[in-house]
Design a protein around this ligand. Structure first.
Ligand code: NDP
Length: 462
């Protein structure tokens, strides 16, 4: 289901905006027709900024709201390549450089058939606030292509990546724009992309990409960071409610980079992950997912989850097309893709007693799902806070590249834990300061927005 159609309920809640904000949104509707994901992401922010605007009228005077919703630059390009039989394919490449107020544009590349202008723009917009929340000096961007690496040979993936970088290289640089991985872009793809960048520029500029392999400029913990960070964020949310992950049954959707390391860290923190999934089905493993087997199947062999169930033995069952959110749990971590958990799924989770939900993926919960969780007083963490550990560790990778240094796994993980605690505190405290204690969506949006907006104010009308 990686090309999941956007459900209508994925659209914004439609809560009324003040006249000024409504005008901003109308301009967006006119300029970005049909771009549902992008429009929802912006609307979610606009719906919570009213009280900020009241406290900070200088934001309005400086036209910040209009500027913050318009990307600084959007690049769309042709990516021609030939497959192993010599047949020519033409894909479309994107890079949306949304905001450089806090640092170089920073955000991943996604290779998936579903990629389009709306999805890249929504991801880039979210990235601006996520990166601001980390407190690190990074702006926001995102890119990708409608190329699907699944089922392609290594040689085909390499030719595609080389063609993609042949255009992208003129737009990026360690002080300009620093891409990383995302869905469909792991270390294999990043290696081919970096190799072509190095060849074209004749520069070993390690800081131009993050998520690199350890032997060629990568950082410890980057691979684990998004999933680990998400589990740490949940632990913090539960701690504020006087409880923890220990002894809890947890469901994690997906079985890619984010999901695998969320499963690993939940187990290390004493929880038990009883199910995970891919776009074809669900594995239910009441004895607890065996993360080493999961890594072997998904990372080493690039096989499907059916192989996990076959080798795991009687404890695990694979359900083709199964419904992961129907499996009882008290913590749910959607870590696959956007709009994978809707209002009905949320209602099922609430009925089964869920107490915390954190978005490992970007916008996996529809607007209706978020509302259901909030009404049921479930601790709900939006992706821009819960999955910010990945980009924060990318910023640590950039620091190491700039100083030609490399840190140990233990030290880097300590930094990650500290960053996730600070992000949690920023969201938690901002929500309370704006009269909405426990509302992490409001807290994350306002805390991220004010950091970006203050920098933009200082930099003048640019
Ligand atoms: P991967 O490509 O490594 O994994 C994606 C996983 O999700 C795969 O197991 C895929 O299955 C599965 N999947 C896709 N669609 C569905 C679906 N509809 N239902 C169930 N499973 C599905 O990507 P990542 O783990 O890197 O990224 C996952 C999410 O996390 C994305 O939203 C991404 O933007 C976000 N994210 C990633 C970060 C990172 O550091 N990697 C950082 C922050 C956010 P299949 O193999 O069948 O396609």
């Amino acid at each position: 289901m990686s090309s999941t159609p956007v459900r209508s309920e994925a659209m914004p809640s439609g809560r009324p905006l003040g006249a000024r904000l409504e005008r901003v949104y109308e301009t967006l509707l006119r300029r970005n027709p049909g771009e549902e994901e992008f429009l929802r992401a912006v609307r979610e922010v606009l719906e919570v900024v009213e009280p900020v605007v009241e406290r900070r009228p200088e934001y309005v005077e400086a036209g910040l709201l209009e500027r913050i919703c318009e990307p600084e630059r959007q690049i769309i390009f042709r990516v021609p390549w030939s497959d192993d039989r010599g047949e020519v394919h033409v894909n479309r490449g994107y890079r949306v450089e949304f905001s450089s107020a806090l640092g170089p544009y920073k955000g991943g590349l996604r290779f998936d058939a579903s990629v389009n202008a709306s999805i890249v723009k929504f991801l880039a917009f979210e990235q601006v606030f996520k990166n601001a929340l980390t407190g690190m000096p990074i702006g926001g961007g995102k890119g990708g292509s409608d190329f699907d690496p699944k089922g392609r040979s290594d040689a085909e993936v390499m030719r595609f990546c080389q063609s993609f970088m042949t255009e992208l290289h003129r737009h990026i640089g360690d002080r300009t724009d620093v891409p990383a991985g995302d869905i469909g872009v792991g270390q294999r793809e990043l290696g081919y992309l970096f190799g072509q960048y190095k060849r074209l520029t004749n520069r070993y500029e390690s800081g131009v990409l993050t998520g690199k392999g350890i032997s060629w400029g990568g950082a410890q913990v980057r691979r684990e960071a998004t999933g680990y960070g998400c589990a740490y964020f949940v632990e913090e949310m539960l701690r504020t409610r006087g409880t923890s992950l220990a002894g809890r049954e947890v469901v994690v959707s997906g079985s890619g980079n984010v999901a695998i390391y969320a499963v690993e860290k939940v187990a290390q923190l004493g929880g038990k992950v009883v199910a995970c999934s891919d776009s074809e089905g669900v594995v239910h493993d009441p004895a607890g997912i065996d993360v080493e087997l999961l890594k072997q199947v998904k990372e080493v062999e690039r096989a499907r989850l059916t192989a996990y169930a076959e080798r795991r033995g009687p404890t695990a069952t694979h359900r083709p097309g199964g419904d992961i959110w129907a499996i009882p749990c008290t913590v749910a971590l959607p870590c696959a893709t956007q709009n994978e958990l809707d209002g009905k799924d949320a209602a099922k989770l609430v009925r089964s007693g869920v107490v915390a939900v954190a978005e490992g993926a970007n916008m996996p919960c529809t607007a209706a799902a978020v509302q259901t969780f909030q009404e049921a007083d479930v601790a709900f963490a939006p992706g821009k806070a819960a999955n910010a550990g990945g980009v924060a560790t990318s910023a640590l990778e950039m620091q190491q590249n700039a100083s030609r240094d490399s840190w140990t796994f233990e030290y880097t993980e300590e930094r990650l834990v500290e960053i996730m605690r600070e992000i949690h505190a920023a969201c938690h405290d901002t929500a309370a300061a704006y009269g909405a204690p426990g509302n992490y969506v409001l807290g994350a949006n306002i805390a991220g927005l004010t950091r970006v907006a203050d920098a933009m104010l200082a930099l003048g009308l640019v």
